[in-house]
Design a protein around this ligand. Structure first.
Ligand code: DOR
Ligand code: ZN
Length: 457
């Protein structure tokens, strides 16, 4: 056999199916051509010695706000995917609450074109469904939307929520595309009412923000969407499930045979709402970070299979918009969201170190399962021969502290994880056989990343 392009050797290869020590992967033309024991891999033009570290299929983060087009001052494809590369993330899916919103094929195509021009890693994009564009669902499908998103409650970008009637109709139409419809699942009437009441009462602290979007708003929205999906046979997804109550509702839906998938985010598993008292509006996000009891129940539901995917909800804003200089200022003057692409792997690996999940389970939830849920598997999320050579190499024992958020590669660096200590870090990121991040440097070229087509499952 002639030499292949790249061999990564001397690592423990981990997939959901298990682990192989002393192993590696061989790559030709951006595609995996062999996986196996290091000593049986072919010769290569370039050999990467992973020095005993762990190699997994590239991490897939199917929930990021990259803000392009229109809000590039917060983040853009280049900066978000630079952070992704540095965080060990090889595929991202961008959210549609940009300016303009991604509600028609021309906007989707523009978003893809911008990504093709500047992304460091591979990407997809969700299309939004509002009251105005139900008729465009087939065209958005044709134009390559990874899936569809409905915002049920008010959120950043003020995308108006459709009525329940329109949501049912949207489910019927999305079902015809074979793709999945995800929800920002908070009951808008509950959160709008509670926020107005709190404002009236002068409850202006960061913790008041968290309490203004109560768990019941999430749980009710999940239950309602599951009921609608049961009626319409649509495949639905619950983004950013923040509470045990919400995750348990997902589990009940799965048990009833509804095609419902769900994700949670590292911050809901790591913090409790106390972080709003400690770090103020920096930790403000919607849905909010919950109390200790809800977090414990979320963990239990996660362990019991309610949660499919880990994703960040990477939501960049400027220091000014977040009110970083005065983090305990009036919460209603701040904005929701913070970045996460460079802390998601460290957070999850820290949980692995603590024994809360195995490496195999981590890879399943953070690579394989999101790729399956969003129609990218096995091209993404696997180490099968013939698929894209996307890998994340991690040092699961490396202890470190995010001492200064300005070390991050994104435009926005606001994160409640500043000052937190982790065990585990991505050390090398490979996208279709090209090293895009190694030894602390983003080495890939802007524009290398390409869009991933979703296939119907
Ligand atoms: O906190 C949030 N920020 N939640 C969302 O749903 C949207 C996001 C954003 O776009 O900033
Ligand atoms: Zn989001």
């Amino acid at each position: 056999m002639t030499a292949v392009d790249l061999v990564v050797s001397n690592c423990t290869v981990v997939t959901p199916a298990g682990r192989v020590p002393d192993a590696g992967v061989a790559v030709e033309d951006g595609t995996i051509v062999a996986v196996g024991r290091s000593d049986r891999l072919p010769d290569a033009d370039r050999t990467l010695d992973a020095e005993g570290k762990v190699l997994v299929p590239g991490i897939v983060d199917a929930h990021i706000h990259n803000r392009e087009p229109g809000l590039e001052y917060k983040e853009d494809w280049e900066s978000a995917t630079r952070a992704a590369a540095a965080g060990g993330v090889t595929t991202v899916v961008g959210m549609p609450n940009t300016d303009p919103v991604i509600d028609r094929p021309e906007h989707l195509e523009r978003k893809f074109d911008r990504g093709e021009a500047s992304a460091h890693v591979d990407f997809g994009t969700f299309a939004v469904i509002t009251s105005e564009n139900l008729h465009r669902i087939p065209a958005l499908d044709e134009a390559g939307a990874t899936g569809f998103k409905i915002f049920l409650g008010s959120t950043v970008g003020d995308v108006p929520a459709p009525t329940d009637g329109e949501v049912l109709e949207a489910m019927e139409r999305v079902r015809e595309t074979g793709k999945r419809l995800g929800f920002h699942e908070e009951n808008g009437e509950i959160i709008d009412y509670t926020e107005a009441k709190f404002r009236e009462e002068g409850r202006n602290e960061p913790i008041d923000f968290a309490h203004s979007r109560p768990v019941i708003a999430e749980r009710e929205a999940i239950e309602r969407m599951i009921t609608f999906a049961e009626e319409t046979d649509a495949a639905v997804h619950m983004y950013h499930v923040s509470s045990g109550s919400g995750a348990e509702a997902v589990a009940r839906g799965k048990a009833r045979g509804v095609d419902v998938t769900a994700e949670t985010c590292p911050h809901y598993l790591w913090f409790t709402e106390e972080v709003l008292r400690e770090k103020g509006n920096v930790a403000r996000i919607q849905p909010p970070i919950r109390d200790a009891e809800e977090r414990a129940r979320l963990w239990r539901a996660f362990e019991d299979g309610a949660i499919d995917c880990i994703a960040t909800d990477h939501a960049p804003h400027t220091d000014d918009e977040k009110g970083v200089d005065d983090p305990f200022g009036n919460t209603w003057d701040s904005i929701s969201g913070f970045v996460g692409l460079e802390t998601e792997v460290p957070v999850m690996l820290s949980f692995v170190t603590e024994g809360r999940l195995t490496l195999e389970e981590w890879v399943y939830h953070h690579s394989t399962r999101p790729a399956q849920v969003w129609g990218m598997y096995p091209q993404k999320g696997s180490l099968q021969v013939g698929t894209d050579a996307d890998f994340t190499i991690v040092d699961p024992d490396h202890e470190w502290t995010l001492a200064d958020r300005h070390e991050l590669h994104s435009k926005s660096t606001v994160t409640p994880f500043e000052g937190e200590t982790f065990v585990g870090k991505a050390t090398t990121t490979v996208v279709r056989g090209e090293v895009v991040y190694e030894e602390g440097e983003v080495v890939g070229e802007s524009g290398y990343g390409t869009r991933v087509s979703s296939v119907e499952d």
